[in-house]
Design a protein around this ligand. Sequence first.
Ligand SMILES: NC(=O)c1ccc[n+]([C@@H]2O[C@H](COP(=O)([O-])OP(=O)(O)OC[C@H]3O[C@@H](n4cnc5c(N)ncnc54)[C@H](O)[C@@H]3O)[C@@H](O)[C@H]2O)c1
Ligand SMILES: O=C(O)[C@H](O)COP(=O)(O)O
Length: 623
Amino acid sequence: MVTTSSLNLVFTPTKPTSLSWKHSFPSPFTTANCTRRQNRKAYRFVVFATVLADPKPTVLVAEKLGKAGLELLKTFANVDCSYNLSPEELCTKISLCDALIVRSGTKVTREVFERSGGRLKVVGRAGVGIDNVDLSAATEHGCLVVNAPTANTIAAAEHGIALLTAMARNIAQADASIKAGKWQRSKYIGVSLVGKTLAVIGFGKVGSEVARRAKGLGMHVIAHDPYAPADRARAIGVDLLTFEEAISIADFISLHMPLTPATSKIFNDQAFSRMKKGVRIVNVARGGVIDEEALVRALDSGIVAQAALDVFTEEPPPKDSRLVLHENVTVTPHLGASTTEAQEGVAIEVAEAVIGALRGELAATAVNAPMVPAELKDCDLSAFDHGVEDLFPLLMFIYLVLTELAPFVTLSEKLGRLAVQLVAGGSGVQSVKVTYASARGPDDLDTRLLRAMITKGLIEPITSVFINLVNADFTAKQRGLRITEERFLLDGSPENPLEFIQVQIANVESKFATAISDSGEIKVEGRVKDRKPHLTKVGSFSVDVSMEGSLILCRQVDQPGMIGSVGNILGEENINVSFMSVGRIAPRKQAVMIIGVDKEPNKEALKKIGEIPAIEEFVFLKL
Ligand SMILES: NC(=O)c1ccc[n+]([C@@H]2O[C@H](COP(=O)([O-])OP(=O)(O)OC[C@H]3O[C@@H](n4cnc5c(N)ncnc54)[C@H](O)[C@@H]3O)[C@@H](O)[C@H]2O)c1
Ligand SMILES: O=C(O)[C@H](O)COP(=O)(O)O
């Protein structure tokens, strides 16, 4: 018997209807004018032909995977374990594979997707980081990427503690010395951990487990994480501090944040200059969060007494790397997740996700599954046949809300993204209220997709977790983020599904005080105009700007010439201003100016903007 779940149905944003039937069979949905009966015929053909042509999919496992995961895969697919393939060998093999499983050692480049000839449906990453997979190329080729985000948390935390203790007692150096025939007892006097202050930077899954263990070693643990819930920190007995406070009072610093544009090289000369002389640093997160040349300088000058590193900007690092060869540095070759238990765990986690994806299910650990496939947002969906509802209810739900909610979907994500960037470092986001203003009753307006998109906007910029419709509520709950929804019933015609959406974050401080409303929350509001998202309120100020690119928000005393002053500074830096809007309470009183820019101004330009006398505060935000 053929079940619908055995079909390989995946999103393909590059195709007009966003549903791709692999193996080059004709899609029942691609012809805009086809009838339901034609669609059903095509559908039956695809089921039949798929089963005949490819009873079992082929999974290429390109790096060593735990046994339990392999066994699981073998129950469903032909499994080809080929390790240490050269890039060319991988590209050659890939056209015969429906799925590929890797760890961090294999680069899954655009060429891999191109050379797969459309057969590759899913890439499974047996671990957290997906920096070795070209996500845009995967998405463009309609290939789902799934990861295993939880099974190696404890292994990474234990490795962090192993490096911390090994570094403090010079274990690696002493081991090398004794094996070289020496007996240097006085050279390797270490430092004690008990009573020392450990700053955990990034208080997520791994960071909080490191904190728990360090408390057990008698350390005083502090943490910095702009988005961590304060009650999670309290429960472990950890104080959440600002970045500057945390790094300046710590004896040891352990890094556990993701590599994002905001954290890239956050440990630079400036950061090292603020640290206590003789500080010791552990990094099991990502090499790119440290400016490695600056770390060598800090080690040479003695600001940093020792470092223990599991991860590097370039992996493997160059053989002559001054950092790796430094006598006060202990290194391991990205071993954080390398325990038998973690590898069994990630193997099962990734195998389940890959099998699910090959069956056409949307995995909760999908990294690039679009919340709404890009093309669907704009395309005419009239040809979409309701015959698929048994096949993929989730897709049906998306379809039903999509035709009219599409622009509000984009608006929701951007409002979430904007609101979270207004939160000051050190305040954990816990309570978010979303208000939907509409003339429709609750039964006529399904907001699940909008809430998920707001969650995506709030969480994605600050974590390595990727949010999709399936995991949005779960991830929010896991992070202690409570999202409440409220309807604001308007008079008038219910033709337009929504008038505006408001996102409010309570109990936080803002890096742009103007964004705090009269009732004390960060408040942003948006509307859809000409199917494009617009920001229409910041705090208590009414504004009107299209939400695209990057924005500079300034609060100023309303007076002539302000637009020109800021425009000149940006012009000198060759930064194109795409739009401007000023919202004011009354002429010559306080105003909010919003400037859309094509690229991020450098620090110097932002400083000059801040120095314009009438400007009271400003913030730069990326949408
Ligand atoms: N070495 C290894 O083998 C290994 C193994 C597992 C994870 N990792 C890496 O460890 C890191 C943490 O993984 P996780 O699973 O705990 O992720 P996570 O998403 O659970 O936690 C990351 C935390 O960092 C915080 N954060 C974001 N921006 C920050 C900033 N600017 N300053 C401080 N904190 C910030 C987030 O709020 C979040 O709480 C990731 O980079 C991951 O790739 C490495
Ligand atoms: O991101 C991860 O999960 C870790 O860095 C582990 O990577 P690995 O699977 O290559 O050990």
